[in-house]
Design a protein. Structure first.
Length: 339
């Protein structure tokens, strides 16, 4: 099967939701001159790794949509530690044995997702109404200085997919991107498909640091744009404060990507964040199924890149708070239904 045919297979179930994202991508191109291939941005990983289209198990296999006593919830066992904690989740939900789907059917969606989150497992309730927050919330903390992207210095502290996709697009627009990783915690995407990792980071410099040594603040000091996907308090431990960074020099931009907003400590990955935003498909019985492969990740990366380009036009000085759940909710709210 050709690449175009494979991407088309992934695209078809998602296409009715893509109106707002197409507008975002077109505006990014108008601002930067960089064309964006939307199917490639959304589905290249699934194509390269030969994943099957998802159902109630995500394409990558770690996240499951579970029927609950009052609806549906997604639970994402994305890391080895999540499987270790699973018995504790079952115990807190009232049983020391049994499997998760059976326990979920006796539990409300809200209780399941809240209990999982308390144990550090990414989980989300599929609510009756999508998130109504804006995909990007803007806070001004610095002076304005309009600039083009070409030649600006981007420090990418993010990992996996959303932040690196944002950095890739800024790099294609002429920015100089440096990917920064911790010596103790390399980007988990390095252990995935090498072609996909190369596509995300092609042409970028790489820097591996001991974050606890103070070197991280030094690496960020000369940046014009910072991209990160951490809880704010985690970076503050290493001497990084978005507000101080923006106030120190006019025209800077800081992109903070989180699952649910910078004031919310819940964790999220692409599949469960899409469910949190209400971005799901429906099977023949009207029950929810996953769309795409970790769809909230690339959707958020595209929103974030566009937000940076627009911020620079108006002079920057802004903290761009990008919520994965809110980005996917924007698509869920605008579903085009067939006549």
């Amino acid at each position: 099967m050709t690449k175009n045919a494979t991407l088309g297979r992934w695209l078809a179930p998602v296409e009715p939701h893509l109106g707002p994202l197409t507008t975002v991508v077109d505006d990014f191109t108008g601002l930067t001159g960089v064309p964006v291939d939307l199917p490639t941005s959304l589905f290249l990983r699934g194509h390269l790794t030969g994943l099957d289209l998802p159902g109630r198990t995500s394409a990558g296999g770690s996240c499951r949509l579970l029927a609950t006593a009052d609806g549906w919830a997604a639970v994402n066992l994305a890391r080895p530690d999540d499987h270790t904690v699973l018995p504790a989740l079952l115990a807190r939900l009232g049983t020391a044995d049994g499997d998760l789907p059976a326990v979920a059917r006796r539990t409300t969606a809200g209780e399941l997702s809240r209990t999982a989150q308390l144990l550090g497992i990414a989980a989300a309730e599929l609510g009756p109404a999508p998130d109504v927050r804006a995909p990007v919330r803007v806070e001004r903390h610095g002076e304005r200085r309009p600039r083009d992207l070409a030649g600006l210095r981007v420090v990418d502290l993010s990992a996996l997919w959303a932040g690196p996709l944002c950095a890739r697009l800024l790099g294609l627009a002429g920015a100089r991107v440096t990917k920064v990783e911790s010596t103790s915690r390399p980007d988990g995407a390095r252990f995935g498909h090498p072609g996909f990792y190369q596509w995300l980071h092609d042409g970028h410099d790489s820097l591996v640091l001991d974050f606890a040594s103070g070197a991280l603040a030094e690496a960020v000091a000369e940046a014009d744009i910072v991209i990160e996907a951490s809880r704010p308090r985690a970076l503050r431990r290493f001497g990084l404060h978005a507000e101080d960074f923006l106030a120190a020099r006019p025209g800077r931009v800081w992109v903070g990507i989180t699952g649910y907003g910078r004031g919310d400590d819940r964790i999220a990955f692409g599949d469960d964040a899409a469910v949190a935003g209400g971005l799901v498909g429906r099977d023949a019985h009207g029950d929810p199924v996953f769309l795409g492969d970790a769809l909230a990740d690339p959707v958020t990366g595209l929103y974030a890149a566009h937000a940076v380009a627009r911020s620079l036009v108006y002079g920057g000085g802004e903290l761009l708070c990008v919520s994965m759940a809110a980005c996917t909710a924007a698509l869920a709210r605008s579903t085009v239904r067939p006549c």
